[in-house]
Design a protein around this ligand. Structure first.
Ligand code: 5GP
Length: 130
């Protein structure tokens, strides 16, 4: 899939749509998700035009890759959910349609501020049983 310059995160990066910014540097922009699924729900996106994680893995420079990972750590620290303060969080990336991705600009979801639980909930397990 080629990159769509009109996707919502491209517009946020260009400042055409507002966001609740958490952090920004040369490589990443981080802001709160508009529809939080946990007490803290942040998004971290690379500044480069990458559709998804596969696209990023294949085309991004080593500098951009390091920048994105370091950016995630910096955001976790800023939010007070990093391991060095005894907390933790879930980092999640949806990839393409089968992976549940809606916005076609690579983004990491960071969920935290509470115990986020197992990925497979007990309700899903019950559904498997019955
Ligand atoms: P995906 O399903 O693509 O992994 O996640 C897209 C995320 O972007 C969703 O969690 C959704 O709530 C969030 N989102 C969609 N539009 C906006 C927006 O305009 N601003 C912000 N901050 N988040 C958005």
């Amino acid at each position: 899939m080629s990159y769509d310059d009109n996707n919502i995160f491209a517009k946020i990066l260009r400042g055409e749509i507002p966001c609740k910014k958490i952090y920004e540097d040369d490589f990443v922009l981080s802001f709160y998700d508009i529809n939080p699924q946990k007490k803290i729900h942040a998004l971290v996106i690379p500044k480069g035009k990458y559709v998804d994680l596969d696209d990023f893995s294949q085309k991004a420079s080593s500098e951009e890759m390091v920048g994105l990972l370091k950016g995630i750590n910096t955001v976790a620290k800023k939010l007070g959910i990093s391991v060095d303060v005894g907390k933790g969080y879930r980092a999640l990336v949806n990839i393409n349609e089968d992976g549940g991705q809606e916005v076609p600009h690579l983004h990491f979801h960071l969920f935290g501020g509470e115990k986020v639980g197992k990925m497979v909930s007990w309700i899903l397990k019950l559904k498997e049983i019955f």
